[in-house]
Design a protein around this ligand. Sequence first.
Ligand code: NDP
Length: 315
Amino acid sequence: MSQTIEHLKCLIIGSGPAGYTAAIYAARANMFPVLYQGTQPGGQLTTTNEVENFPGYPKGITGPAMMLELQEQAARFGTDVRDGWITKVDFSGSVHKVWVNETTEIHADTVIISTGASAKYLGIDSEQKYLKLGGGVSACAVCDGFFYKNQEVVIVGAGDSACEEAHYLSKLCTKVTMLVRRDEFRASKIMAKRVQNTDNIEILFNTETEEVLGDGQVVTGVRAKNNKTQEVLDIQATGFFVAIGHEPNTKIFSNYLKLDDTGYIINTPGSSKTNVEGVFVSGDAADHIYRQAVTAAGTGCMAALDAERYLAAKD
Ligand code: NDP
């Protein structure tokens, strides 16, 4: 049984850079936003160690610290930041309904979706261990590649992302070893060709990760196995990059919002509007291309401005 507890002008779902930036703008525009943080308060950046590419932090900042600062900035203007997980939505009427933790029902004139995407990982224990330690496992070459300048790294994956990231890393690192589990790429021919033509990228086909090796603190290598010959090989590396895809956190919206084939919300180009009036999207939930904190923040700003204009036009 659910209970209607309040009617909001603006509900923001998600607490990454997109959600908090939307909150800062919405709060300053007197929209009294309520932001639900979800199960991973702070979003993907909380799994990142050092953030050096977000403008305004000349000395860099850790991901968790940056998210706390964004939360503080959103709260400063009156955003009501709450714990809670949106489990269901109903966007069929003019008032948008959402349910928090299955039970509490909230009605909102505008909803800004900033639920992000989750990087997929292999799920093996050693990968998760060094990911949690911040010791050399990453799912974002653009974010973390710089820390491996002039070092040797391994990347797993064979899609367009893996090729793009391998190529990016090849410009920073002395050697990039790419582990491809089948005997061919999934990536487009042009992307695959680019990595094949790069001197310091070594591609190992039919090869899977057995274990991420380390000294207990940081990654020192990767144990890989050829799934055809069963040959096991230890590769020296200080960084292990996982580029096997992302999963946008959009399932609960799929009955109402238009999604692309891979689950990303389709927005009107150049705006944050979705196919449902009053529902806006920002950040990685609609972006499989850029996926950066700064681009997420930019689209969070757009979503708040679009929501404000939508409300103004209705008044
Ligand atoms: P994809 O789903 O396209 O590729 C994932 C890759 O990871 C596949 O090669 C897959 O292998 C591999 N993989 C999955 N699980 C494992 C595992 N457990 N162990 C080893 N390998 C694994 O994801 P992408 O992120 O690369 O791309 C997503 C979408 O974004 C695509 O449509 C892509 O075209 C697009 N994109 C476009 C870009 C561009 O145009 N510039 C840049 C980046 C992405 P297998 O092939 O064996 O299934």
